[in-house]
Design a protein around this ligand. Structure first.
Ligand code: MIC
Ligand code: SF4
Length: 763
């Protein structure tokens, strides 16, 4: 048994009692999110007297049930965990090798090559897993979120994961939150997890999805409605009759992409679809317990009867009128209904010729998803259609892979000329060697069923227009070769010159046989090693000359003085995601080596003063150079620097490299119009002063040659604004104010240089 039955059984044995007790204290009905949050409060665990009235802006401490990490973030997490000198993880933890695998030739060759090239990292992760009692999932076993859903997630539980799409487990009623590695290292060390108490957004799903509309379209639509900041510091809780015919994996897709809206987490109430999923995925032991206390896994009836009273905001989506949507390019919240695509493509001058369609990724790679695509392919073969674009598939896990194999679908994919990549992230995170015949930088269009479509993400080309849609829409489009094709209304010319039309993708009729597939998975090469399989007294050795791994040295503490004579490193213009701050793709290989990965600092960000990527001014030499080189120059002169940015700075990934790199290269302050949640916490944890403009228009006051003073000595307190002088080159001074969201403890992180320094020294 992979999952921790004993732990879950213990948790469930007290759950109803705890919820009833909390309800009687707060004296009002509870939402499902509140039931999970309140039953995981540190105080709950410590059984101390509890007051449950929280200010929505206050920070609260929780004890989650699990931690999950993927290979690209686990390296830094472990390097930090090692600094705590703990001998073992304190809570059930898993590591999944998925991000570092290439997507070039096809599954088996790519895996072999990846195993060779990443050997040092895989060995490090494996040995550290043995040493610290962590479940280790080998390369090829699957993508973190799919593996968690198949094996570990449980309704009513709470987990954190070092990946922003951790909320995927909300599809199974688990409150799952994406965090930076130092958060995970702290929780693994036995400390609590701190989160700003989230607001609750209730999304009422009415009607039923049918025909070409899929669960993905619900989240694509919601993205268009509320945008990439629309759910910041919130939990999105879905409810209503419309939730009931969405399969568990479809719910997971919706929760997964809540990350694109800035949500701390997303959640569905327990229902029959989840029960079916648990039964199919080897967790029948917990089903009977859950069935006995069903009310614990949904909001109280009073909440559903009067949602406006209990959620901070309620959004209604009528599924019976919903159309398939296509989101993009360059941002996941530009949402276009399929019937408007022709018009929008023309207005925006998007290239309509579709070069590549990709399905899979952690967002949409379940058996259900791939089966809908299989249905389209079968129709296409009968209708004598051939693919007109490249068609690439990444199954989410070994289990999905064997399911496809057993049913003959892998052969079907190959028959139509598709390429099947390893069970891993692959093209989603830029591990894709795209064979673009013409020109690597030409304007072109791809469509995928992934979750993110930031500029350059998949193939490194800023001119690639990446769109997002459901797997069945992607598959239909591959047969038309056009992004403005609407399979609901349009015909396509087939090999015989006839015009044919797709029918609605049918629900699968395949027989799921959990046991057979599980046996195949067990026999396969890509295993997982459980926490108890090896002794703990192993040493972790990192070679001195390694360019992939480097032990960390603690960052220096604050000297208690004002931060004076700070120089501007870069004023970033427009969208600045973590992909802009610390690019993935070719740089993923340095995720365990801070010095080497710092060479990619902000290389994709646009300099406000010249509209160029990776070209900034050195104010001492008046020459322009790359961001990392100029940062190194200032660092060598002991000059601290400042990064200035716009809204939702640090959107996207949980990668704390985007905070550690600037810290390593001498950045002391990041001042922006607004932050995304995980990145703001990561900056605080790594000892960078994370500030927001009190007046966002002050952004425009900042010039390339300015000098900055930050008056924090005797002035750095929770809720108190920070005074800043901007000294321009003509000696004129602009005095501005900046806000911050530090609490008392977080100010200590800054004082000590990082949260881990604080823990090491004070706790
Ligand atoms: C992503 O989808 O951007 C990633 C790669 O999975 C990241 C994590 C990382 O950067 O390693 C995420 O979403 O957190
Ligand atoms: Fe992997 Fe892409 Fe999912 Fe991130 S979003 S975990 S890179 S598949």
């Amino acid at each position: 048994m992979v999952f921790d039955f004993k732990m879950i059984r213990n948790f469930y044995s007290e759950l109803k009692y705890k919820i009833d007790k909390i309800r009687s204290i707060i004296n009002r009905p509870m939402t499902f999110s509140e039931k999970i949050l309140y039953t995981h409060l540190t105080k709950q665990k410590e059984k101390s007297n509890i007051s449950f009235s929280f200010n929505k802006n206050s920070y609260i401490n929780f004890y989650p049930d699990r931690v999950a990490m993927q290979d690209a973030t686990a390296q830094m997490t472990l390097l930090q965990f090692m600094q705590t000198n703990k001998v073992k993880t304190e809570i059930p933890t898993t590591i999944h090798c998925d991000h570092l695998i290439y997507a070039n030739e096809g599954a088996s060759i790519d895996l072999k090559n990846s195993l060779k090239i990443n050997k040092e990292i895989y060995d490090f992760l494996k040995i550290a897993s043995y040493k610290y009692g962590i479940d280790f999932w080998e390369p090829g076993s699957g993508i973190i979120h799919q593996i968690v859903l198949e094996n570990y997630a449980f309704p009513g539980g709470m987990m954190i994961g070092t990946d922003s799409h951790t909320p995927n487990a909300g599809g199974l009623g688990m409150l799952a939150i994406g965090v930076g590695g130092s958060d995970a290292a702290e929780v693994m060390s036995g400390y609590s997890f701190e989160l700003k108490f989230p607001k609750l957004i209730g999304v009422l799903l009415e009607g039923k999805i049918s025909g070409w509309v899929s669960p993905k379209d619900i989240i694509l639509k919601l993205s268009g409605m509320i945008g990439v900041m629309g759910a910041s510091n919130s939990i999105i809780e879905y409810f209503g009759d419309g939730t009931k015919n969405i399969p568990c994996t479809g719910k997971a897709t919706i929760c997964n992409m809540g990350a694109e809206l800035g949500a701390s987490s997303s959640l569905f109430p327990y229902d029959y679809c989840m029960k079916e999923y648990l039964l199919f995925n080897n967790r029948k032991e917990i089903v009977s317990i859950i069935d006995g206390i069903k009310d614990c896994f949904q909001s109280d009836i009073e909440v559903y009867n009067n949602p406006y009273h209990y959620y901070d905001k309620v959004i209604k989506i009528d599924l019976s009128t919903l159309e398939p949507h296509i989101n993009g390019p360059f941002t996941p919240d530009k949402s276009t209904s399929i019937s408007n695509m022709k018009k929008e493509a023309k207005i925006n001058n998007w290239p309509t010729n579709l070069e590549v369609g990709l399905i899979g990724s952690c967002t949409n790679s379940s058996c259900e998803d791939l089966l809908k695509s299989v249905n389209i392919i079968k129709q296409a073969i009968n209708k004598k259609l051939k693919i007109k674009s490249e068609y690439l598939i990444t199954p989410g896990s070994n289990k999905v892979y064997y399911f496809l194999k057993k049913n003959g679908y892998l052969d079907l994919f190959k028959k139509i000329g598709a390429k099947v990549f390893a069970n891993a992230c692959g093209p989603c995170i830029g591990q894709w060697k795209r064979t673009n015949k013409n020109n690597n930088n030409k304007k072109n269009t791809i469509i995928h069923s992934f979750n993110r479509n930031f500029s350059s993400r998949n193939d490194g080309n800023p001119n690639t227009h990446a769109f997002i849609a459901s797997p069945e829409i992607v598959t239909a489009m591959v047969f038309s070769g056009n992004i403005d094709f609407n399979p609901i209304t349009d015909n396509i010319k087939n090999e015989l010159g006839e015009y044919v039309k797709f029918e609605e993708p049918k629900k699968n009729k395949d027989i799921f046989n959990e046991k057979e597939i599980s046996n195949d998975v067990k026999k396969s090469f890509y295993k997982h090693t459980s926490k108890n399989s090896k002794p703990y007294n192993i040493s972790i050795i990192i070679k001195n000359n390694s360019d992939r791994l480097q032990f960390l040295s603690p960052f220096s503490s604050w000297n208690g003085k004002n931060l004076l004579n700070i120089r501007l490193l870069i004023k970033v213009k427009g969208k600045c995601t973590t992909d802009h701050i610390s690019m993935a793709g070719p740089w993923l290989k340095y995720r365990g080596h801070l010095e080497n990965i710092s060479e990619n600092l902000l290389i994709k960000a646009i300099n406000y003063f010249n509209n160029k990527e990776n070209k900034i001014k050195n104010v001492f030499t008046d020459k322009y150079g790359t961001v990392p080189n100029i940062a190194k120059f200032y660092k060598s002169k002991n000059i601290f620097t400042l990064i200035v940015g716009e809204d939702n700075y640090g959107e996207g990934s949980s990668r704390e490299h985007a905070a550690m790199e600037p810290r390593f290269l001498g950045v002391r302050v990041v001042l922006v119009k607004s932050f995304s949640r995980i990145h703001e916490t990561n900056l605080k944890k790594q000892g960078i002063l994370a500030l927001t403009f009190s007046n966002p228009h002050d952004y425009y006051k900042i010039d390339e040659n300015d000098i900055f003073n930050f008056y924090i000595k005797d002035n750095f307190f929770p809720g108190k604004n920070i005074k800043i002088d901007i000294i321009h080159s003509d000696k004129k001074i602009d005095k501005i104010l900046a806000k911050h969201s530090y609490n008392k403890k977080q100010i200590q992180w800054f004082k000590y240089g990082s949260s881990l320094n604080f823990i090491r020294n004070c706790i």
